[in-house]
Design a binder for this molecule. Structure first.
Ligand code: GDP
Length: 304
């Protein structure tokens, strides 16, 4: 129900537009398909993914000769679910950390302002709630505010944070954080990293170095490279995702600010185009406002 509430705006706008597009028409024809295309694009599903969906529906119309607009919901729902299923995650409903990796290290990347710090705080809260020992690492050393903000969350969740002064080497902070986590026998480490995109080579070098140094302390870390994207920025989020995936290997996504936006469709386009699983969605500013992304619930919330 929280998910429904959080995505209310995406849902109502998607639904509103869709019903308008088919109002007074009984069968799916070229006009309906054109309108549907517009609805999907304006819901920020993205042009490529929209075309893919339209093609699939066209194929069904061609095959069955006739498709009633009353069936469009069901078919769209199936096609979108099948697109989301091509990424191999999104079936979990709980915050889960693999038991066999200790500490489990999550490196968080993303541009400033997308909700990176907030997402880290919310995640830490969820893990701590399960009784796991969590340590934060403030490796976004470029801005003093980033370190301060992470400290605020560490205090709020009541967990340790490893930090150095502003301008220090992010890799050195990551190294210290992992050392400290190992000493404390921590279960989960969440490392914040720099949110600058202005220089791709610098970003790439920095993230590569942070990873290399982590591996000196714990083999095969980070276990997850989580890219945080602001869902309310629509296609911009998609562009950022492309740049980050070019700079480092991103293994999962968190899409924030899906409350109060009509752009929830961006989740569909991003998973389809990048084939990176969306793991978490942010649906508010509060500590509880992070959810494990479940593709079935998501599609349902669009089409209920
Ligand atoms: P960072 O610069 O990427 O670390 O961004 P912050 O975590 O500081 O977040 C920037 C702003 O976005 C803050 O005002 C947050 O409260 C807000 N924010 C983060 N996640 C969400 C979300 O899921 N929904 C809403 N409405 N606001 C969010």
């Amino acid at each position: 129900e929280t998910l429904d509430k959080g995505l209310e705006k995406s849902k109502s706008s998607f639904f509103g537009k869709l019903s308008k597009a088919v109002a007074g028409k009984s069968k799916v024809d070229d006009d309906v398909l054109d309108d549907l295309e517009e609805v999907l694009v304006s819901s920020d599903v993205g042009v490529n993914t929209t075309l893919k969906v339209i093609e699939r529906i066209e194929a069904r119309v061609a095959k069955d000769k006739y498709l009633g607009t009353d069936e469009l919901n069901t078919i769209l729902r199936e096609e979108i679910a099948s697109l989301l299923s091509e990424t191999n995650l999104g079936e979990e409903t709980d915050f889960i950390i693999p038991q066999d990796k200790k500490p489990y290290v999550i490196m968080v990347v993303g541009v400033n302002g997308v909700g990176k710090t907030t997402t880290i705080g919310k995640l830490a809260y969820q893990f701590k709630k399960q009784g796991l020992k969590v340590v934060l690492g403030a490796a976004d050393t470029f801005r003093a505010a980033a370190i301060d903000q992470l400290q605020v969350w560490a205090d709020r969740v009541d967990i340790p944070i490893v930090k150095q002064s502003m301008g220090s080497d992010p890799a050195s902070v990551a190294f210290d954080t992992l050392k400290s986590a190992v000493t404390q026998n921590a279960d989960v480490v969440i490392i914040d990293t720099a949110g600058r995109l202005h220089n791709k080579v610098n970003l790439m070098n920095e993230l590569t170095k942070v990873k290399r140094v982590m591996q000196k302390v714990v083999d095969n870390t980070p276990n997850d490279v989580l890219l945080v994207l602001d869902g309310s920025t629509g296609q911009n989020a998609f562009e950022q995702a492309k740049q980050f995936t070019a700079a480092t290997e991103v293994t999962s996504l968190a899409v924030t600010k899906l409350d109060g936006t009509a752009k929830g469709g961006v989740v569909i386009g991003i998973s389809d185009q990048l084939k990176i699983p969306v793991k978490y969605i942010g649906v508010g500013e509060g500590i509880e406002d992070l959810q494990v992304f479940n593709k079935f619930e998501f599609v349902d919330s669009f089409f209920k």
